[in-house]
Design a protein around this ligand. Structure first.
Ligand code: ZN
Length: 166
C-alpha cells in the first residue's frame, strides 16, 4: 500500500477536488454555507481554456427529499478575442446559481459537479471580446488608402536617404 513518506507538499499543491458531493444526512437542518473550489470544467477547446477550479459560495438546505442549492460561481478562463484574435484572461461568473437535487433512497450523497460545470459553460460568451472597445483585426491592419499618406511616405523616405548620405 502507499508509503507514509509520500511527499506531502506536492500533494497539497496539486490536489484539488474534481467533484463536489454533499452528504445530505449531515447538512444542518437550518441550512449551511459552503465555500471552496472544484476542478470540474475540463473543456477541450483551443480557444477556451479554463484554469484553476470553479470557486463557489453556496447556500445548501435539505427540504424533505430535496437538496436546494443557490449561490455564486466563478471560473477563470484563457479566452481568444473574437475580434482581434488575441489571448486574454477573463473570469466567468454565475451570480444566481440555483439547483435542486432529488436525494436518492439508497444514498444520502448528492453530486453537484455536473450542474456547476454546465452552469459555467452556459455562462461563457459566444463571442468573447478582450475589451468592449476592441477595434478588431480589420481596423488595426488596414492602412488608409489616401494619397496624402503616400506623399508623406515618399517625403519621409527621401529625408531618410538624405540623412543617410550626410
Ligand atoms: Zn480583442
Amino acid at each position: 500500500m502507499g508509503s507514509i513518506a509520500a511527499p506531502i507538499f506536492w500533494y497539497n499543491i496539486s490536489h484539488m477536488e474534481t467533484k463536489l458531493t454533499i452528504d445530505t444526512s449531515r447538512v444542518d437542518p437550518e441550512g449551511e454555507e459552503l465555500e471552496g473550489e472544484v476542478d470540474c470544467v475540463d473543456l477541450d477547446e483551443p480557444f477556451v481554456k479554463p484554469f484553476g477550479g470553479v470557486r463557489y459560495v453556496l447556500q445548501i438546505q435539505v427540504f424533505g427529499s430535496e437538496l436546494l442549492v443557490r449561490g455564486r460561481l466563478e471560473q477563470d478562463f484563457d479566452l481568444v478575442c473574437s475580434r482581434c484574435g488575441k489571448d486574454f484572461d477573463d473570469t466567468i461568473k454565475v451570480e444566481d446559481f440555483t439547483a435542486s437535487f432529488e436525494i436518492g433512497e439508497d444514498s444520502p450523497e448528492v453530486d453537484l459537479t455536473e450542474e456547476l460545470r454546465e452552469s459555467i459553460i452556459l455562462a461563457l460568451p459566444t463571442y468573447p471580446v478582450c475589451d468592449e472597445t476592441c477595434p478588431g483585426v480589420e481596423q488595426t491592419v488596414e492602412m488608409p488608402s489616401d494619397d496624402r499618406w503616400n506623399v508623406l511616405d515618399s517625403l519621409n523616405k527621401q529625408g531618410e536617404r538624405e540623412n543617410g548620405k550626410s
